[in-house]
Design a protein around this ligand. Structure first.
Ligand code: 1GP
Length: 236
């Protein structure tokens, strides 16, 4: 089965819950996965800017509690784990830090190839979300200013012309402001690949706005970390 092919060809709006391995034990990850399993969420992303726990163990625990796909959303090459269903192959194209543009991909390449894990080449675009977030600090890159719609669009179009197969608009975990509907719809109108949007989405309205503007997948992290009851809000 190809997860990304199935997900991205039927036009359905999808919700991913982001699980940060460092915020869980195997037990708590399995408990959360069970709740996600009975929620409307479609898949689980696993990753974080800085991770010291075993991604393999956390994914094993999650998979013991749900059949929903587990996708690695790697903050670094160490987060590659063969037991996931798929992985976003990220290049942080809004930044000018070669490590996050290509260096990490080179470091992880042979491990990924040997694992035969499904990957999708993803243009990771950081948009200013009103505060300095972990991804901004750790990647040592400057986000695109939130009012520079043209830069966001040109960045996304460049990525697709380079052959990338998905776009991820990221305001950063815990962003004060999610990526604006204006940027989402402008990027959507100018590209024809699946659009993932995350960072600072902490209300049903914000999720709906992102979908209406053109997001194909929204990613929710903090809102569920703070209150697992938020999973009920994802019934959109
Ligand atoms: C996914 O980094 C985000 O793109 C998660 O952001 O923690 O703000 O939901 P939140």
């Amino acid at each position: 089965m190809s997860i990304f092919h199935d997900f991205f060809t039927d036009g359905k709006k999808r919700i991913a819950i982001l699980v940060d391995p460092d915020k869980h034990t195997s037990d708590s990850a399995a408990r959360l996965a069970k709740k996600i399993d009975s929620s409307r969420a479609d898949m689980i992303f696993v990753g974080g800017s800085l991770v010291s726990n075993s991604v393999y163990d956390i994914i094993t625990a999650i998979k013991s509690a749900t059949n929903k796909p587990v996708v690695i959303f790697p903050g670094s090459p160490h987060q590659v784990s063969a037991n996931a269903d798929a992985m976003l192959m990220l290049s942080l194209v809004s930044g000018r830090n070669p490590q996050f543009l290509i260096g990490d991909a080179v470091s992880a390449a042979m491990t990924i190839k040997k694992s035969a894990i499904e990957t999708i080449s993803t243009a990771y675009i950081l948009i200013d979300g009103g505060r300095c977030t972990a991804v901004q600090y750790v990647s040592n890159t400057t986000p695109i200013p939130a009012d520079k719609v043209d830069i966001a669009v040109s960045t996304a179009v460049a990525a697709t012309l380079l052959g990338m197969k998905a776009i991820y608009l990221e305001a950063g975990s815990g962003a004060l402001n999610p990526v604006s509907p204006k940027i989402i719809s402008a990027v959507k109108q100018n590209t024809d690949v699946p659009l993932i949007v995350g960072g600072g989405l902490r209300s049903q309205d914000a999720i709906k706005q992102a979908f209406t503007a053109g997001a194909d997948i929204v990613v929710i992290g903090s809102a569920v970390e703070v209150d697992e009851g938020f999973l009920a809000q994802c019934a959109i």
